[in-house]
Design a protein around this ligand. Structure first.
Ligand SMILES: Cc1ncc(COP(=O)(O)O)c(C=O)c1O
Length: 413
């Protein structure tokens, strides 16, 4: 390989983030390159969830007054600096799917920023994770708005005419391509439209600068790079001066101005808490809170440096294998990528990923033909990446992936 094992180890000795690995639990023998789907478990999460179970046992209903009820706001304050947002601009609640629906209704509904007497136009992105397009379509259908799709690869600028709201991912889930958030936000605003950013593949993967980029609306999840756990709550961001402009359509009782007044009519809370809906899982919030307490101490600039170093190391170790075996490396240039390596290997992609998983190297496969490897800088060392590349080389060069057992597909891929 073009980089030696000793060289990788030397990079680990110089790594300012090396100490974070000890804060995570990973199974022995596993090289985990799937933190872009589900992040690894922080040691502190187990203790935090156990603490909440004790609290439930001992305090019963009283727990809601001891940190359970206000968890969406409290965790939002912890998360805000990681996203470059103000303390009162992030609410941890629901998931991307629901938060996107709420924001679309908030922006296009009565009193909203792009309040529509008739039809509004929602533009989603072709090639984005389908959930966003599905919600844009479903919402538009329900509210008699028009849904358009930006064809993949075409410039946004030529599709903004007449559009009211655009839904964009900062980092594309397939290619890892990173959009210029500041320039794109400016472009959309200059066309008199709003943009909702999906941060699923950027929150915790790189420094996100919502306020510096003049972002007004964003959504994201915490179960990927932010290590909140399977099904961890998502988040919604609304810039301070945009928080009390309209109703959000899921007018749940937790978003009421006075939820425990049990008033017959709905009155939205004056601030971001109007984006709350109903009762949430105190257990899920406690796992995430343990992780976010850690994230609040992470040097995001160092994280970005390491992310780029790890993705480059993997690619450099395997460049000759890619060339010899017809594997196309579609990973964007460093400044234009998130924290993943994306490879297209045609019909063999699925089997190669399965053969790697059998060796303990966990990446994932996305139809059609795409192998994705996520690099979470907090718990991956340079040596881990070097070893993962060695396994990749062996699996491909030996043809190991051709075995029958690696062709079988499970329900979740
Ligand atoms: C870019 C992107 N958007 C939206 C979603 C859907 O998120 P959720 O299932 O949390 O609503 C995902 C899930 O992986 C995603 O990657």
């Amino acid at each position: 390989m073009s980089v030696s094992l000793e060289d990788a180890r030397q990079r680990d000795r110089l790594d300012p983030l090396a100490g974070w690995k000890a804060h995570f639990e990973l199974p022995e023998g596993v090289l985990y390159l799937d933190g872009n789907s589900l992040g690894a478990q922080p040691l502190a999460a187990r203790q935090a969830v156990a603490g909440t179970l004790d609290q439930w046992r001992d305090e019963l209903i009283g727990g809601w007054n001891q940190g359970w009820f206000d968890a969406p706001e409290r965790l939002g304050r912890l998360l805000a600096p990681v996203l470059g947002a103000g303390e009162d601009e992030v609410l941890v609640t629901d998931n991307i799917t629901l938060n996107l629906f709420k924001l679309l209704g908030y922006i296009l509904g009565p009193g909203g920023e792009s309040s529509q007497a008739g039809r509004g136009v929602v533009l989603s992105e072709g090639g984005n994770f389908p959930a966003d397009g599905y919600i844009a379509e479903g919402f538009s259908h329900l509210a008699a708005h028009e849904h358009r799709v930006l064809p993949e690869g075409e410039p946004l600028e030529s599709h903004l005419e007449g559009v009211d709201v655009v839904v964009l991912s900062q980092v594309n889930y397939r290619t890892g391509a990173l959009r210029d958030m500041a320039a794109t936000t400016r472009l959309v605003h200059d066309h008199g439209a709003e943009v909702i950013w999906d941060l699923a593949h950027s929150a915790g993967a790189l420094p996100v600068a919502l306020n510096a980029c003049d972002v007004r609306y964003a959504v994201g999840c915490t179960y990927k790079y932010l290590n909140g756990g399977p099904g961890a709550p998502g988040f919604v961001h609304v810039r301070r001066d945009y928080q009390s402009r309209g109703w959000q359509p899921l007018s749940g009782w937790h978003g009421h101005a006075a939820p425990f007044a049990f008033a017959p009519d709905y009155a939205p809370a004056a601030d971001l808490t109007r984006f709350r809906t109903g009762t949430h899982s105190a257990l899920a919030y406690s796992a995430l809170e343990a992780s976010l307490a850690m994230w609040a101490r992470v040097d995001m600039a160092a994280l970005r440096d390491k992310s780029l170093a790890l993705t480059e190391l993997f690619r450099a170790c395997l460049a000759d294998v890619f060339a010899a075996h017809g594997i196309e490396d579609i990973t964007p240039a460093p400044e234009a990528r998130g924290s993943q390596v994306s490879l297209v290997a045609g019909e063999h992609g699925f089997a190669i990923v399965q053969a790697l998983i059998a060796r303990g190297v966990i990446g994932d496969y996305r139809e059609p033909g795409l192998m994705r490897f996520g690099f979470a800088p907090l718990y991956l060392s340079h040596e881990d990446v070097w070893q993962a590349a060695r396994h990749f080389r062996e699996v491909v060069e030996s043809g190991e992936y051709r075995a029958e057992r690696f062709q079988v597909r499970s329900e979740v891929t």
